[in-house]
Design a protein around this ligand. Sequence first.
Ligand code: NAD
Length: 443
Amino acid sequence: MKITIFGSGYVGLVTGACFAEVGNDVLCVDIDRKKIDALNEGHIPIYEPGLEEIVVENSRAGRLKFTSDIREGVEFGLYQFIAVGTPPDEDGSADLRHVLSVAESIGTYMQEYRIVINKSTVPVGTADLVREKISSVLAERSSGVDFDVVSNPEFLKEGDAVNDFMKPERIIVGVDDPRTKELLRFLYSPFNRSHERFIAMDIRSAELTKYAANAMLATKISFMNEIANIAERVGADVEAVRRGIGSDSRIGFSFIYPGVGYGGSCFPKDVQALERTAHKYGYHSRILQAVEAVNEDQKSTIVRKIRLHFGEEIGGRVFALWGLSFKPNTDDMRAAPSRRVIEELLQAGASVRVYDPVAMHEAERIYGDREGIYYAANPEDAVKGSDALVVLTEWLVFRSPDFEMVKRDLKTPVVFDGRNIYNPEFMEISGFTYYSVGRPPRG
Ligand code: NAD
């Protein structure tokens, strides 16, 4: 099958590489020429486990190509995927500029039947807007070429994206036309072999499914952070509570880890966008607003604890930060809690020695040579001469560090653990003052 993918970011590149991996001919189109040049030279612009191998292999085999020529993209594939960004607008609703710009290009250059598949996360009703945009451009051209619009939201997780795409838990397709539905089923058949994962529905329900899924996950996180905040005040241990409630099969263990709040390019913007959609249709979503408010507050809890320990005046102090990406196994720092922590510490006149296993280049891109930031070469380097260690991302490499080294190299043996990855008793016995989330401080 010939497939065009507009947008070569986390979703577009993974989608393109995985479709090529199962034998399709894929053309990835992006307006960012630098990105396309890099991809054509075999450089992968993002960190995603397993992605580089399949991009390189399928490019070499000639099944995966990259271009910034939009017209070439429209002419290439029967299947035209839209996988461009949908960032938040000023009021939090999804900005559809990029999606509609692709729709306009498709309308402009289309010469024969095309299936336009929207993979970007977009509000309910966007498929109609895409259809209207293409129709109006075709009308201007006095062209009667036929096309169909499908909603196919993506559920991959950064950090495990290739695996998620190759072995999806579900393939959601919102489609009106029965023939197009079968074409989509055929396209996805290589990823749908062991059992039925293809769930077809109407377009609006598919669009809402994506937001509902992300909002549900964000709700679980904010709920657990709220319980952690209550636990801190009543003298309970949220980790005991987590185990206690997770063992109820109706609740389960996933996504109930307390921490420093959720981040990334999806949860914050999708919760906001769904709340805005509800508002637009006259519904006031109290749960979504609370989920967001709890999360915003949670990102500041660790600096509050730092102030509680060192006193309000933390200017001149130095903090080692371990973990910058919003979660492990990705270099993505969009809306990461680390950004709030860095900002608050710098604002207070403190400085930071930051380290992340893969997001250092992203941090340097964001902060450049801003005063107060030192880019450490490794975890040990970050700790050297710092007043305290602050853990913000639960990368595996931080789970079992050389605590003797940490104690020796810190000015004072204080650890703020934003992900509850250490055992409080062990930390106390090892001579640390230890703060975590939803558990009493130790030492
Ligand atoms: P991204 O920012 O990494 O990539 C988007 C790409 O689209 C950029 O490279 C940009 O240059 C390109 N682009 C913009 N306008 C274009 C145009 N007119 N033609 C061609 N290319 C264009 O974004 P992403 O993280 O891949 O997310 C894309 C969409 O998928 C968003 O709606 C997002 O919410 C959704 N999504 C993301 C994830 C995730 O984990 N990142 C998961 C599921 C869904």
